[in-house]
Design a protein around this ligand. Structure first.
Ligand code: AKG
Ligand code: FE2
Length: 344
């Protein structure tokens, strides 16, 4: 029991059970990861039911920085195809996978390439990054704008490239809708995010976590404790547990149970800065203790490279500060977390 609660109980024995219940409720209210059926919003964003959806999402953003969404409109079949494409790729021999290495942010990233939590070991996960496809871009490419790498001919395009591109489109449009919901929750016009959402840096990242070794190495992680870099992340998980979110107040790591039908959505650093800390970019990590291989597919919505992030609401008198561009922020975070310090 937290010390402040013990003190409160000892000094206030005469308090009524109603007070106790209210206190318990307010303690709980400090860290909520709601599961929200968003269908009412998708049907009619101006309905009363949609306003309830927005409210629940806002509660998640203001307390834990996490929420799950169901009935989001992305077909189960497309999500299953993506998870299968991921398994197909990661079961290729290492020398085959390494042909598709593209540096941070593109193509294959091998096990141990990233260390998100300083002081821990190179992480027990491998990945594959797929960015927004923009055939109109020409070299020289800016950071984050290089074309995608496809694992052709190791895997037929109909098994990997095509479903992944379709998935990128679908999840991008869901992310855009979520940005509208967030604007509503902040009592801002959805147009507030238009410039950020124009030609955004937005990546699907296939991740494979081998089972965590049973020899308990305290410095080994699947993904070390970190906050996400961008505005929001939409995470598809398979049936293996492993994702944990830190409740800073209690110091506890809270498991996020896998739900194949849901997306886990979390607030990233850019949105926290925009909302001046009102929406929380919360520390999370992955330790795959499921005993089996774990596959997950985060989608990072990081915004337009030239967009300048500054507080939009809940001003604290720092509005005059210069802010930072999406490009500056992303470069800094990538460089800090990749072992070889390579430019994306
Ligand atoms: O794999 C997961 O469940 C989470 C991954 C994650 O946090 C990340 O890639 O930023
Ligand atoms: Fe993350």
């Amino acid at each position: 029991m937290p010390v402040d609660l013990v003190d409160w109980l000892l000094t206030g024995l005469q308090r009524s059970s109603k007070d106790l219940k209210e206190m318990a409720a307010s303690k709980e209210a400090s860290f909520i990861i709601p599961t929200v059926d968003i269908s009412a919003y998708l049907q009619d964003p101006s309905s009363d039911a949609a306003a309830q959806v927005v409210k629940q999402i806002e509660t998640g953003c203001r307390t834990s920085g996490f929420f799950q969404i169901t009935h989001h409109g992305i077909p189960t079949q497309l999500r299953d195809t993506v998870l299968n494409a991921s398994k197909t790729f990661f079961t290729l021999p290492n020398e085959e996978k390494e042909k598709y290495y593209g540096g941070p942010g593109r193509g294959y990233e091998k096990i141990g390439e990233q260390v998100l939590e300083p002081g821990t070991k190179p992480e027990l996960k491998e990945g594959y990054f797929i960015a927004r496809n923009d055939p109109t871009r020409l070299p020289p490419y800016r950071a984050f704008e290089a074309p995608n790498i496809w694992p052709t001919p190791s895997i037929p395009d109909s098994t990997f490239k095509e479903p992944l591109l379709a998935y990128h489109d679908a999840v991008s449009s869901l992310a855009r809708t979520l940005m509208d919901m967030l604007a509503h929750g902040l009592n801002l016009s959805p147009s507030i995010f238009s410039a950020f959402c124009h030609e955004p840096v937005a990546s699907v990242r296939l991740l494979h976590y081998p089972p965590h070794p049973t020899s308990k190495d305290p410095n080994l992680r699947g993904a070390g404790a970190h906050t996400d870099f961008g505005a929001i992340t939409l995470l598809l998980q398979d049936e293996s547990s492993g994702l944990q979110v830190l409740n800073k107040e209690s110091g506890e790591w809270i498991d996020v149970p896998p739900n194949k039908d849901a997306y886990v959505v979390n607030v990233g650093d850019m949105l926290e800065r925009w909302t001046n800390g009102g929406y929380k970019s919360t520390v999370h990590r992955v330790i795959n203790t499921s005993g089996t291989d774990r596959y997950s597919v985060p989608f990072f919505y990081d915004g337009n490279l030239d967009f300048v992030i500054k507080p939009l609401v809940d001003g604290d008198g720092r509005e005059e500060e210069e802010g930072f561009t999406v490009e500056q922020h992303m470069l800094e975070r990538y460089k800090a977390s990749y072992v070889d310090n390579v430019k994306p």
